[in-house]
Design a protein around this ligand. Structure first.
Ligand code: GDP
Length: 358
């Protein structure tokens, strides 16, 4: 899963990114994080996986990861090709979701590019760029599709109709996600690659100890069907500097922060993208967690493990993680009837431990 971090200059993007990079660096497994300085690969810790691994005596634990891409160049004027704007817009197109960092802390020592702290207005400035970039893209796509629809192609005709609505909508400040797609043009959004159809996660970069998202940001999130989480980016970096988890917990308690901001961000991303987690684990093998869209089948889960395993799929053996842990292993879980054999259409549940038989 790839998430692009955007926001105005000085909103706190690099600070948040640094906190995320440290969380990634801690695990040591992800040497590739250092290859691209703008990408942080962050493991998604999951206590359930640790317990499954201990139960079946796995050799190691490999957590699912999220890639955060720091897209620092998205500034007002980016859509007009100012600076490296277009390059950054292209980078956002590759992501599954957008994490929009909004400055909400009042620190006088941090200058604001617009000379005032107004989170609602800041969100508008960035979103105007996304709308402008999409408008340009949609107009170009529309020109191409008009040519195709002249040949009488039914899909192209439906797509043209949708794109005309999209162009109108974008022109009046409405994101692509709010323009209904007709059945006859189902694949059109995938072909457009719009920025304003991506799910958004607002990070309200709040003063330390603040646990609430300011109303201006919360209102935007509600309007966009998005999620908003409060994080103090600077505190997260400081917490990341503490080696000892006990010390970090103590500091969080002192500041009145209930959950690690990064954990909050990761949970929010999973919710936003409607993901669930399933596990694979065996004795002396790696225990792994992987994410999957809710509603996915055992067959799709197999594809996440390996395309070869998917191709050779015969059946899946499935047990809920707590049933496995409480039974003390696969064999006792099977004896109790808690480990089931399922076919390829079985819908994976969050926390399932699965073994694909080939
Ligand atoms: P970017 O331009 O969006 O990448 O912003 P930075 O992450 O570089 O942050 C800009 C300035 O704001 C830096 O001096 C940070 O130390 C400061 N800053 C970032 N987050 C916070 C925060 O939560 N509280 C305070 N007081 N300052 C912050």
């Amino acid at each position: 899963m790839k998430i692009g971090i955007v926001g105005l200059p000085n909103a706190g993007k690099s600070t948040l990114f640094n906190a995320l990079t440290r969380a990634g660096a801690e695990t040591g497994d992800y040497a590739f994080t250092t290859i691209d300085p703008n990408v942080a690969v962050v493991p998604v810790p999951d206590e359930r996986l640790d317990r499954v691994a201990a139960t079946v005596r796995s050799s190691s634990v490999v957590n699912e990861t999220i890639e955060f891409h720091d897209i620092a160049g998205l500034v007002p004027g980016a859509a007009q090709g100012e600076g490296l704007g277009n390059k950054f817009l292209a980078a956002i197109r590759e992501t599954d979701a957008i994490c929009h960092v909004v400055r909400c802390h009042a620190s006088g020592s941090v200058p604001h590019p617009e000379g005032r702290v107004d989170p609602g207005e800041d969100i508008d400035l960035i979103e105007t760029e996304l709308l402008a970039a999409d408008l340009e893209q949609s107009e170009r796509r529309l020109e191409r599709v008009i040519k195709q629809s002249k040949t009488g192609d039914k899909v192209a005709i439906a797509e043209q109709g949708w794109l005309e609505q999209v162009v109108d909508a974008l022109g009046s400040g409405t994101p692509v996600r709010d323009v209904p797609v007709p059945d006859a043009a189902k694949g059109a959004p995938q072909r457009l690659f719009a920025l304003t159809s991506k799910p958004i996660l607002y990070v309200a970069n709040v003063d330390e100890g603040v646990e609430e998202v300011p109303e201006a940001v919360a209102a935007h999130a509600r309007g966009a069907g998005a999620t908003a989480v409060p994080i103090s980016a600077r505190i997260e970096v400081e917490l990341g500097d503490l080696d000892d988890e006990g010390e970090a917990a103590e500091m969080r308690a002192e500041l009145g922060i209930s959950e690690s901001g990064l954990a909050r961000l990761i949970h929010a991303a999973f919710e936003l993208l409607e993901l669930l987690v399933f596990f694979t684990a065996g004795e002396d093998k790696e225990a792994m967690s992987r994410s999957l869209r809710r509603g996915s089948s055992a067959w799709e889960a197999a594809g996440k493990i390996h395309t070869d395993i998917q191709d050779a799929f015969v059946r899946a053996e499935v047990v809920g993680w707590s049933d496995l842990v409480e039974s003390g292993g696969y064999a006792p879980a099977r004896d109790k009837g808690l480990l089931r054999t399922e076919g390829r259409t079985y819908q994976i549940a969050d926390g399932d431990v699965i073994t694909i038989k080939v």
